[in-house]
Write a protein of this length. Structure first.
Length: 342
């Protein structure tokens, strides 16, 4: 009788070969129910895992892979710098690829990382990513940690508490007396966008109407400035425009000035991330600090723990945010006291 293979085990358990491989290698990314099903199939077929052969196939290279959307946003530049520093201290090398928020390009990068036998991967999922994005890594038993955005499933995730970030800002805007707020920019199918908008509504507690303008093209300062011209073209000014991140918020302020509207007193502006340039804006930008360096260091720590064989709790590892109130919202006054504006 032929010796049972891992492919036979996967077929018996009704899972993919990559899932069966993760179970036998002790990955924490598989649910207990699925793990039990695979182990039962192993027992029924008499399958014995050849750990020595597996170790030879997965000889450590001392390299880690990082795939993110882009590095033009200062938030992600700071995150990557902190992460790389942590990895370097552990004697490892970081290989970086940018997906440009394109799922097909992301798949190519992850396949290349697997082909180069990186020991582990950190991933910021691109726009339109699906749960099977991990397939190239699963096939080789390469551990993965997601950051900044997450997908459904048990993959470890590290990022800011975006719901709380939105809630903090929403409470501030409501307490200031604002009654109409626009959220501009960001990919609407991303977990970060959904959570920030959810938090803003929760923080408002009905005090203001949140209008979401989540055009996926509005992710740069230039695109945000153009979007503001369209927004104001309707004749009605919102009390506040919140950028999906600080880069978008800075573009909002530029667009307001082009339209002859003063950011802050006329229309308040706020953002997320509190990048270093936020405090240097005129007026200084109100923002929610989402702690790029701490997220980066935590990402590295979680992946290194996985590689060391330590048990890592699946699900989100959230970094608490902090609200930084500045003049871009603090100088705003209700329009009834300013009859010179619409």
């Amino acid at each position: 009788m032929a010796r049972a293979t891992l492919k036979d085990v996967a077929a018996r358990a009704g899972v993919s070969r990559s899932t069966a491989s993760l179970v036998v290698s002790g990955s924490s990314r598989i649910s207990p129910q699925t793990s039990e099903r695979v182990r039962r199939a192993m027992a029924e077929l008499g399958y014995v895992y050849d750990r020595s052969a597996a170790n030879l196939r997965r000889a450590r290279t001392g390299t880690l892979g990082l795939v993110l959307t882009d590095l033009s946003n200062p938030y992600f530049a700071a995150l990557v710098m902190a992460l790389e520093d942590q990895v370097h201290r552990e004697g490892r090398t970081l290989l970086i690829g940018c997906s440009r928020d394109d799922a097909a390009r992301q798949a190519e990068l992850l396949t290349a990382m697997a082909e180069h036998r990186v020991d582990g991967v950190l991933l910021l999922p691109a726009h339109a990513s699906t749960a099977d994005v991990t397939a190239p890594l699963d096939a080789h038993g390469i551990p993965l940690v997601m950051f900044a955005r997450h997908l459904s499933g048990p993959t470890p995730y590290v990022g800011p508490d975006n719901v709380e970030a939105g809630r903090l800002l929403g409470r501030h805007l409501a307490a200031t007396g604002m009654r109409s707020v626009v959220l501009l920019g960001g990919p609407p199918d991303s977990s970060a966008w959904r959570e920030r908008s959810e938090g803003l509504r929760a923080g408002a507690a009905g005090a203001f109407e949140l209008v979401t303008e989540p055009a996926t093209g509005v992710e740069t300062a230039a695109a945000a400035a153009d979007a503001v011209a369209e927004l104001l073209g309707g004749g009605a000014w919102p009390d506040c425009i919140v950028g999906y991140n600080d880069v978008v918020a800075m573009g909002v302020a530029t667009g307001l000035r082009r339209a002859g509207v003063t950011p802050g007193p006329d229309v308040a502006v706020a953002g997320f991330d509190d990048i270093p340039a936020a405090e240097q804006q005129v007026p200084p930008l109100t923002s929610v600090a989402t702690r790029a360096e701490e997220v980066g260091r935590t990402c590295a720590a979680v992946l290194l723990d996985l590689l060391a064989g330590q048990t890592v709790v699946t699900g989100p590892r959230l970094v608490p945010p902090a609200l930084r109130v500045r003049a871009s919202t603090g100088s705003w006054r209700p329009r009834r006291h300013r009859p010179d504006v619409p």
